[in-house]
Design a protein around this ligand. Structure first.
Ligand code: ADP
Ligand code: MG
Length: 503
């Protein structure tokens, strides 16, 4: 693995570096809310999924949803983190119109999951080498989501929709171990791939089911390392938190903007106010939302309506035994089982559906060839066309059929590209396409010999010159391939040409 590059920003007064810590909110894939039986269904009529508990009617009592607890534990195990057998729910008090309780039930001092660590794969664009980065998780806790204030339905009124009120979230907090915009985005990608593999969150960022608050500060080269020794970053430059980011592209753009903003303030003698900011993708800038509250502003205290959450070792062991294969394990298996490079194995294992597709194609076939066709040709095409794998015009069996045609020498790799294009255009089965367009490779040496004889006869001078300059044989190969419409078997062409030209 390659060394981690240092990400440096140039200021007027010298170099700067970035420090980033992320708080990811992942909605637990549960049909019911964290403390009520109301539905979590997306896109319903406003206020149609609201129980008396979610509306905070007087005297209502929350009841913990056991399924949600299990998902939080699964996620903690997937993050290689410590599961706290005793955790507690606390009230985080604040006023907001979309928070009818007047507090959010969260976990403060005793979260259900403690410290963990994950490997993040960073793949820079522009051909710089990829690298892998250990990122420490500080904690994972469960909490309720708030409702939504709707400001754009009426010019003079604000409406409140409580459908989301009480929906179960996992907040995953990283240590400030991320040092560049790309590392931050790569971290979110990794968390997403882990929760999706576990099935604990659907990872749908567009719906806001997975979103990140990004904490950004800047410092001078060398400063970070000093605080890292004691793992205490409270005296590093003050940070701003950019709320609710749900796109990898915007995460990077927002960090970039925010770091430059802070550098400009510091270089002109100012101080960075610790605050919560919002990113405006249209303007490409972050804007102040409110000054950041400290924990003590929320007057946290244990929720008297809920008992401490106590789990047994056996309960946790049971969940551990039922964990599915995680992306890192899958990658390791793809490397050994299919002989793929770490990079290829990473690309093909990052996403559950893609991994399944690849394994379907690779079964009983040349795995390296299958990996190339799946990741480069098919995924390359889908990326460009902005299609999901489920919308692919080419299925796993069809692509496998194409690979079989190459492996059995029915068509060359080059012709296969042409067949693939036709498959994308909806011409269907590769065998039928080859048949219909007469694309079968010519392996009949007699036929190839006839073409070669004719070309040599037409170009006697070149033929004579080849003996002195063997490299010019490539020209003959090209002529023969052209004359055969690309269908002559290249190995046979080379072999016969060598014999006839005496190279
Ligand atoms: P708070 O208690 O104010 O929420 P935390 O210590 O829990 O602060 O940190 C919240 C998030 O901010 C974490 O993800 C952490 O990694 C990140 N963070 C802490 N210090 C810094 C810093 N100097 N720069 C960037 N991010 C930071
Ligand atoms: Mg915190």
């Amino acid at each position: 693995m390659k060394e981690r590059p240092t990400y440096t920003l140039k200021g007027d007064t010298g170099d700067w570096e970035i420090v980033l810590g992320l708080e990811i909110h992942a909605q637990i894939a549960s049909a019911a809310k964290l403390f009520s039986g109301a539905s979590t269904g997306f896109g319903a009529e406003p206020n149609s999924h609201v129980s008396l508990v979610d509306a905070a009617m007087p005297g209502m009592l929350p009841v913990i949803n056991g399924f949600c607890v299990e998902q939080a534990v699964r996620t903690g195990l997937g993050l290689n983190a410590k599961i706290n057998l005793t955790s507690r729910f606390d009230r985080k008090n604040y006023f907001y119109p979309d928070l009818p309780q007047g507090y959010q039930i969260s976990q403060f001092e005793l979260p259900i999951v403690g410290e963990g660590i994950i490997d993040v794969d960073v793949e820079p664009a522009h051909g710089d080498p990829a690298y892998s980065l250990p990122v420490r998780i500080e904690r994972l806790h469960m909490e309720q989501d708030a409702g939504k204030s709707v400001h754009d339905m009426d010019p003079t009124a604000t409406y409140v929709d409580l459908n989301r009120s009480g929906v179960a979230l996992m907040e995953i907090v990283s240590k400030p171990d991320l040092r560049s915009p790309l590392e931050a985005a790569s971290y979110v990608k990794k968390i997403k791939s882990i929760v999706v593999a576990l099935g604990t969150c659907d990872g749908d960022m567009e719906k806001g089911n997975l979103r990140a608050d990004v904490n950004v500060s800047v410092c001078r080269p060398g400063d970070y390392e000093k605080f890292r020794e004691d793992d205490d970053f409270s005296h590093l430059g003050s940070r701003c938190e950019i709320k609710n980011m749900n796109s990898f592209r915007f995460i990077q753009a927002a960090i970039e903007y925010e770091a430059h903003r802070q550098i400009e303030i510091l270089e002109t003698g100012g101080t960075v106010d610790q605050e919560t900011r919002l990113y405006d993708p249209d303007a490409g800038e972050t804007r102040s939302m409110r000054s950041k509250e400290d924990a003590h502003d929320y007057r946290y205290f244990p929720d008297p309506d809920l008992l401490p959450l106590v789990l047994t070792e056996a309960y946790v062991e049971n969940i551990k035994a039922s964990l599915p294969e995680l992306p890192d394990q899958k990658r390791a298996r793809f490397e050994t089982e299919y002989g793929l490079s770490r990079y290829d194995a990473g690309v093909l294992s990052a996403d559950k559906e893609k991994a399944e597709f690849f394994e379907h194609v690779a079964r009983g076939r040349d795995a390296k060839l299958a990996a190339n066709w799946v990741s480069q040709d098919l995924f390359g095409y889908l990326n460009k066309a902005e299609l999901e794998l489920t919308e692919s015009p080419v299925g796993a069996d069809q692509l496998g059929g194409l690979i079989d045609l190459i492996s059995s020498d029915v068509i060359s790799g080059k012709i296969a590209k042409d067949v693939f294009q036709r498959m994308i255009n909806g011409e269907g089965d590769p065998v039928a396409i080859v048949e219909k367009h007469g694309l079968k490779q010519v392996t009949d040496t007699g036929a190839i010999e006839a073409i070669i004889d004719e070309i040599i006869a037409q170009n006697p001078d070149q033929a004579a010159a080849v003996k002195e300059k063997p490299k010019t044989m490539g020209w003959f190969v090209g002529q023969v391939m052209k004359a055969s419409g690309g269908k002559a078997n290249p190995q046979a062409v080379n072999k016969i040409l060598r014999e006839k030209l005496g190279v």
